[in-house]
Ligand binder design. Structure first.
Ligand SMILES: NC(=O)c1ccc[n+]([C@@H]2O[C@H](COP(=O)([O-])OP(=O)(O)OC[C@H]3O[C@@H](n4cnc5c(N)ncnc54)[C@H](O)[C@@H]3O)[C@@H](O)[C@H]2O)c1
Length: 248
């Protein structure tokens, strides 16, 4: 028995990177985890390891989420994508796609999950934001916009959910060692006009006091704690894990 035994959890984008680490942590604390991901093959692989379930879903299809009812005690809004380009060159369709996946889908999932949480008098919503929910960087206009919006969504959820035993918080990592960051290195090199092997030192870790990438399991551990009974008085908060970046 561990602290989340008997709880159910849903992790979006749970098939890879930070989401997979969150799914592992929540399962290790005893929760029954559903991995919601567009990559159903990877989701099924992890779910079978964790004795969990999968929900094959493209969260860009937001119309299908409008009538949804979600029965889950813990909701981790994690699925995300990135596009690196200057505002002038930014593809408007890519801008819209990022707001849809990273703002509108979390809103609809929270909206679908709250009635069940309210009726059970317990709920934990964890929104995987970023240091870019609190700070800006060049060439990431859609991502920074979406993460700042997610911060607002999380705080309103905290205010409305508080009287019903529901907490809502953001976690705000700096750069984490995941496929999303690996895919970004070439684009960052092009946008900044530098070599790929200079991206970590000259772009990603410039503001951090601790000069290394965050590990996905470190983020998972924080998410596990936020989902626990111990964190019942933590709501409307944004927990940085950025090696000191936002201390500046
Ligand atoms: N990696 C970082 O440095 C970092 C830092 C701070 C915050 N974050 C945030 O963490 C979250 C996860 O990022 P990651 O680095 O683990 O990424 P990742 O690319 O490793 O994983 C993202 C997951 O989301 C899924 N996904 C993508 N589009 C989807 C869709 N339309 N519907 C359903 N699932 C979809 C993917 O299949 C994948 O499994 C994102 O919200 C990201 O913004 C990442």
């Amino acid at each position: 028995m561990t602290d989340l035994t008997g709880r159910t959890a849903l992790v979006t984008g749970g098939a890879s990177g930070i989401g997979a680490a969150c799914a592992r942590e929540l399962a290790s604390r005893g929760a029954t985890v559903t991995i919601a991901d567009v990559d159903d093959v990877a989701a099924k692989e992890l779910a079978s390891e964790l004795h969990g379930e999968t929900w094959a879903v493209d969260l860009l299809d937001v119309a299908s989420l409008e009538e949804l009812h979600l029965d889950t005690d813990i909701l981790v809004n994690n699925a995300g994508i990135q596009t690196v380009a200057s505002i002038v060159e930014f593809d408007p369709a890519a801008f819209r796609r990022i707001q849809t996946l990273m703002v509108e889908a979390p809103f609809l999932l929270i909206r679908a999950a709250l009635p069940g949480m309210y009726s059970r008098g317990f709920g934990r919503i964890v929104n995987v934001s970023s240091v870019h929910g609190l700070r800006a960087s060049e060439y990431k206009v859609a991502y920074v916009t979406a993460k700042h919006a997610l911060e607002g969504l999380s705080k309103v959820t905290a205010l409305e959910g508080g009287p019903h035993g529901v907490t809502s918080n953001c976690v705000n990592p700096g750069y984490v060692r995941t496929p999303l960051v690996e895919k970004q290195i070439a684009d960052q090199a092009a946008a900044h006009g530098i070599a790929e092997d200079q991206v970590l030192e000259k772009v990603m870790l410039t503001e951090s006091a601790v000069k290394r990438l965050v590990e996905p399991a470190e983020v998972g551990s924080l998410v596990g704690w936020l989902a626990s009974a111990d964190a019942g008085m933590v709501t409307g908060a944004s927990y940085t894990m950025d090696g000191g970046w936002s201390a500046r």
